[in-house]
Design a protein around this ligand. Structure first.
Ligand code: AMP
Length: 285
């Protein structure tokens, strides 16, 4: 496994692989790798010849400097996990390498507009977040070149925005959506989970519980999304140490819907102290 810190060497490695007729798979991450990330890496490993994992805590997508500062980082453990999964290249750029050095380094002058979807739900709670995501992901796609890129459904809105960006801007990239990996109690794995206190960790189970209740109602035939949203809000609202940010039901285009008439997804976001977690579940139709 090669550990590469520059854009030029990563591009050269992927170009060489493609020149040999090998397919390239990319798994973008912010590190602190857990089994959710590893499921994406395994899928890429199974489906592509040359697997690149990027580890970059992207300052552009953090509105709150304290959140960026507190984000877990463990490069050694990440490299070990990548090696175990048979990764070919780990791309670990510095902020300077990815975003340029000097004043305003964390504010690229040119950025990718994520479109209207970037302003809703997560985008409304975290202004500028999806512009930062889209800009960094677009850059990564240019660093790696034509490839299949693996993203988790855990971050469903991010996945929808990246998918739309690839289509609207004709990136030579195939987006592969991968299912959410969960803890035994249903909590979606997340690098942020390791910052939860034991009480907050227990409370965080309410996210999956809320989504499951909404799914159960939908399975029983409920089509009125206001009822589903109310059930989710009640479950999270009744959990000590949990503060609801939003509960919503959207269609495949991530538009809020009043009635479930096709593919739909329930989404929740809540705070547990300083730590904000999100989750979502496809609803049975
Ligand atoms: P992150 O490091 O949190 O930016 O995540 C990197 C990639 O891993 C994104 O595509 C996430 O959606 C995906 N991911 C994070 N957590 C999970 C999970 N529990 N299950 C599946 N994919 C995940």
């Amino acid at each position: 496994m090669e550990v590469i810190r520059t854009i030029a060497a990563t591009f050269a490695s992927c170009e060489a692989a493609r020149g040999d007729g090998r397919t390239v798979g990319l798994v973008p991450t912010m590190g602190a790798l857990h089994d959710g990330h590893r499921s994406l890496i395994r899928r890429a490993r199974a489906e592509r010849d040359h697997v690149v994992v990027s580890v970059f805590v992207n300052p552009l997508q953090f509105g709150d400097p304290a959140d960026l500062e507190a984000y877990p980082r463990n490069e050694q453990a990440d490299l070990e996990a990548a090696a175990v999964e048979g990764v070919d290249v780990v791309f670990v750029p510095t902020v300077e390498e990815m975003l340029g050095s000097g004043e305003g380094a964390a504010e690229a002058a040119v950025s990718v507009d994520p479109g209207p979807l970037g302003d809703r739900l997560e985008g409304a709670s975290r202004p500028g977040h999806f512009r930062g995501v889209a800009t960094a992901v677009a850059k990564l796609f240019n660093v790696v070149g034509p490839c299949a890129a693996y993203f988790g459904e855990k971050d469903a809105q991010q996945l929808a925005i990246v998918d739309r960006m690839v289509r609207d801007l004709s990136f030579p990239v195939e987006i592969v959506a991968c299912p959410t990996v969960r803890e035994p109690d249903g909590l979606a794995m997340s690098s942020r989970n390791r910052r939860l206190s034991p009480e907050q960790r227990e409370a965080a189970g309410c996210l999956f519980l809320a989504l499951s209740e909404a799914a159960e109602l939908a399975r029983a035939g409920e089509r009125d999304t206001a009822k589903l949203v109310a059930v989710m809000a009640r479950e999270i609202g009744a959990t000590p140490k949990a503060a609801l940010d939003y509960a919503a039901v959207v269609d495949d285009a991530f538009e809020p819907v009043e009635r479930i008439e096709g593919p739909a997804r329930a989404l929740v976001a809540a705070r547990f102290g300083e730590i904000r977690l999100i989750d979502n579940l496809r609803l049975p139709s």
